[in-house]
Ligand binder design. Structure first.
Ligand code: PCA
Length: 186
């Protein structure tokens, strides 16, 4: 039998002493299927060490056709589609395990940056034409979001990382993410 197309959708738990993470709320609001597509939802720990392991397990379990990863960013008006993941972990603030990396390479002898294989420019043009608040970003930072994005692209997944500003209106954020997913699927 033909396997149903599967989207792995990830979000993150709260971090840095906060009680919520907007991406967790978006995850719970999005449907478990889009037409014929199954949406598998996974919440990742904000841990440099554990997050890539949880992601790998989810990829092994679901063999997704598309991986959409959501992360919270501190500020901004727009949802940011990340073009690259960088092969470095660096931070001034601890992750949820108390770990603070200092310019550590993720994988030795691997590319400094990996690029999403998805056509994000087309996606942004379509969505901004429809007045959705999105833009391309060329850096996902060097914290846990970038770490898991590097993992997904290193595993040659059809992956896109999407940063959502912390204070964005939840309904608008959820509608925009749903539109991004539909555009990538249809
Ligand atoms: N944002 C952080 C990690 C978890 C999250 O939601 C980041 O941008 O790296």
């Amino acid at each position: 039998m033909h396997k149903q197309t599967c989207i792995l959708l990830t979000a993150f738990e709260p971090f840095g002493g906060a009680e919520t993470n907007i991406t967790q709320s978006i995850l719970s609001l999005l449907p478990d299927s889009f037409a014929d597509w199954a949406v598998e939802k996974v919440c990742l720990p904000v841990s440099f060490k554990r997050a890539p392991i949880v992601l790998r397990e989810a990829i092994a379990t679901y063999s997704p056709d598309l991986v959409i990863m959501l992360g919270q960013c501190p500020a901004g008006e727009n949802i940011r589609l990340e073009r690259f993941a960088i092969n470095i972990m660096d931070s001034t603030k601890a992750d949820n395990d108390g770990y603070i990396p200092n310019e550590e390479t993720i994988y030795a002898y691997q590319p400094l940056a990996l690029q999403t294989p998805l056509q994000i420019k087309e996606l942004v043009n379509f969505c901004t034409g429809n007045v959705l608040p999105i833009q391309i970003s060329n850096s996902a930072g060097l914290y846990v979001c970038n770490r898991v994005y590097y993992e997904a692209l290193h595993l040659q997944q059809n992956a896109l990382f999407v940063h959502v500003p912390k204070n964005m209106d939840l309904t608008l954020a959820q509608q925009t993410i749903a539109q991004i997913m539909k555009n990538l699927l249809y």
